[in-house]
Design a protein around this ligand. Structure first.
Ligand code: P6P
Length: 332
């Protein structure tokens, strides 16, 4: 059956013409993310064995022993994106500042910048919970042929040209959008090929799942507390089910498939919320909106927020359209 599905490579070629800017750079960019995802997937899947068999014996190019997986993932994505000279700049949760891709003049003529969380939820690896990579792609705003500047990265999410995530779970999936809907590809590890397994994902407009870390309940704004009580009332199709994996990619992906809402409100410990706007909330918001859902910071659409700094945080409410609308009745 799997061999009847279209591969990611075939899908990219077939849909390349649909993307107005496409000069093949975006296709090559998605392909490089595909390659990096396969390499990271291999390491994530054997991570548990490091404890059992000691160090995996991996010696990296600097002659260092096995590194922490999120540092490893960061290196793999940066190397893959850099070596193929497709992007002119990269920003990562693992790097304080953005990286300029210098190299030859052609690379500074490339039009895209990538912002990413190379291994989100990596603390879950020790307990064998799914983790993910999140990426967000923009066209540069500074002039071609010059080194990228901070403004190339501080663009509102509504300027993204592509975004998506890789979920390293019971199966490894790549889910992404270029603004023409959302498609999911599942990796067949036996042959290292991603197959189109979830064409045109649509998030149900309603759902019965709410995802929030209720350990922070006493610190939530009153409106959020009231919404959680609404979810728990014995009325209509409630109480809802509470599902919180603690890995953003997994919680959002489940809600994409089954319907649901994910909430990470501001708390006293995190007055602006915990999640990062540029490489967690914007890409997830783009994917969820493209699947028919909504994403808000409680006051405005996530994708309309004008960023002020690379690692800024935001409150984040994201998921089924009607569930986010109900939440906003309580918090706006
Ligand atoms: P908390 C993981 O550290 C992460 O960035 C997201 O993947 C996840 O949704 C969230 O933080 C979990 O945060 O405070 O509930 O443990």
């Amino acid at each position: 059956m799997a061999f009847q599905n279209q591969t990611l490579g075939e899908f990219i070629i077939e849909n390349q013409s649909a993307f107005s800017f496409s000069t093949g750079e975006l296709s090559r960019l998605i392909n490089s993310i595909r390659l990096a995802a396969k390499v990271v997937n291999h390491e994530v899947n054997k991570a548990g064995l490091v404890d059992i068999i000691g160090s995996s014996g991996n010696i990296n190019v600097q002659g260092e022993s096995q590194q922490k997986l999120d540092v490893f993932a960061n290196e793999i994505f940066i190397k893959t994106l850099t070596h193929r000279e497709i992007v002119c700049g990269i920003a990562s949760e693992e790097c304080d500042d953005f990286l300029r891709v210098e190299g030859n003049t052609e690379s500074s003529n490339n039009h895209y910048v990538v912002l990413m969380d190379p291994l989100d939820g990596s603390s879950n690896i020790d307990v064998n919970v799914s983790v993910g990579t999140i990426f967000s792609i923009y066209r540069r705003v500074s002039s071609a042929g010059t080194p990228v500047v901070l403004e190339d990265f501080l663009q509102p999410g509504n300027r993204q040209v592509a975004a998506g995530y890789v979920i390293y779970g019971t199966s490894t999936m790549l889910v992404y959008t270029t603004g023409h809907g959302v498609n999911g590809f599942t990796l067949n590890p036996a042959i290292g090929t991603f197959y189109l397994s979830h064409p045109n994902i649509r998030i149900p407009e309603n759902g019965q799942i709410y995802s929030v870390n209720e350990g922070n309940y006493i610190h939530f704004p009153q409106g959020v507390k009231n919404y959680i009580k609404y979810c728990q009332e014995e009325k209509e199709n409630r109480p809802y089910t509470s599902r919180y994996i603690g890995s953003l990619v997994s919680d959002i992906h489940r809600n994409m498939i089954k319907g649901g809402i994910y909430l990470y409100p501001q708390t006293s410990a995190s007055p602006n919320g915990k999640l990062r706007l540029l490489y967690e909330c914007n890409p997830m918001a783009f994917v969820v909106e493209q699947a028919g859902g909504e994403a808000s910071d409680g006051g405005q659409r996530i994708l309309d927020i004008i960023p002020g700094e690379l690692h800024q945080r935001t409150p984040f409410y994201c998921g089924s359209k009607n569930m986010v609308a109900k939440l906003l009745e309580y918090v706006a």
